[in-house]
Design a binder for this molecule. Structure first.
Ligand code: 13P
Ligand code: SF4
Length: 312
């Protein structure tokens, strides 16, 4: 019988035997966050993937994250516990259609959010994440027109903050678009002493209610900096585990989702396909592995390295 305890021990043993590292995003289930070597946002996880001396990188996150790790570090084995861990943002931007869009605007610089496929990154000048998006856009000369893809909500937020001329791709994250503004306002009226903090993938009407807007790590740092405040948290609910770990006394409520959503608070179904059993099995079998064809990898590496350089 495999119990929870010995599954954990087996994963730790396999990790040691195979010189593997487990990188986890904040949206993973608590058990995975607890067993990971590092838990971070998309930027931090890319930086860790670039710096690791491990032979195997197990990416407890979604496909575009593991693919980015493989592009950065092609000599390592990169494992994803479940290949069906996709992303609605990445899926909203097919490389063929995006290529036509880019070719139709040859005078534009192409900035893509890291939540996209390797093929889309290969058509990109510079990649960004939610924690460095403003910095990346501000590094581009003032009058230069920009294509920004695939997240229109993050794009609109950047336009509002920088006033830049950006052509937006019409993609979105289904998790951050599931928040109900009506329910959020009702909740806030009931608990007026709770402040709203939000991820910029959320829609503008949600962002307007927030005292702080930032990446997952930005939101965690904000809660850490305000340990006596109470918060309604508008991002994927997995982040609450880390917030409570950092500030055990924190009073947090996940932002409510629309009526037809499967979960009352927003959970990313893609992030949640990873389980401890799948984490164990992928380490044991060294499968499923992520592979990126060499021609795509070489082209996609350039805008990722550009981002890593800008984020030092
Ligand atoms: P960050 O952790 O970089 O803020 O990204 C959030 C996200 O949606 C990852 O899929
Ligand atoms: Fe993609 Fe949204 Fe899930 Fe992040 S939370 S992996 S952006 S669908």
């Amino acid at each position: 019988i495999v119990t929870k305890v010995n599954l954990k021990e087996k994963i730790l043993q396999l990790k040691k035997d195979k010189n593997a590292i487990i990188l986890s995003h904040y949206y993973q289930i608590p058990e995975i966050q607890e067993i990971a070597d590092y838990v971070g946002d998309s930027l931090r996880l890319s930086q860790l993937a670039a710096a690791t001396k491990a032979d195997i990188i197990v990416f407890a996150g979604v496909h575009f994250m593991a693919e980015t790790a493989k592009i950065i570090n092609p000599s390592k084995k990169v494992l994803l516990p479940d290949l069906s861990a996709g992303c609605s943002l990445a899926e909203s931007c097919s490389a063929d259609t995006f290529e036509k869009f880019v070719n139709a605007h040859p005078d534009h610089i192409v900035v893509t959010y890291i939540n996209c496929s390797a093929k889309v990154k290969a058509l990109t000048d510079v990649v960004c994440t939610s924690s460095n998006a403003l910095k990346v856009i501000e590094s581009i000369p003032e009058n230069q027109p920009i294509i920004f893809a695939p997240d229109r909500n993050l794009g609109q937020y950047i336009i509002k903050k920088t006033g830049r001329n950006m052509l937006l791709w019409d993609g979105s994250c289904l998790v951050h678009e599931a928040f109900s503004i009506d329910k959020l306002i009702t909740l806030h009226k009931k608990y007026p002493d709770y402040k709203i903090i939000a991820h910029p993938e959320s829609e503008e009407h949600i962002l307007k209610t927030a005292v702080y807007i930032g990446s997952t790590s930005g939101m965690i740092n904000y809660v850490k900096a305000h340990p006596n405040d109470k918060f309604i948290v508008a991002t994927e609910a997995g982040i609450l585990h880390k917030m409570w770990k950092e500030v055990p006394t924190a009073e947090l409520i996940p932002a409510p989702a629309k009526e037809d959503n499967t979960c009352a608070c927003s959970e990313c179904a893609y992030m949640k396909v990873n389980t401890m059993q799948k984490l164990h099995d992928c380490l044991l079998n060294e499968s499923p592995q992520i592979d990126v064809p060499m021609d795509i990898r070489e082209k996609a590496l350039v805008p990722i390295e550009h981002m890593l350089e800008l984020s030092k």
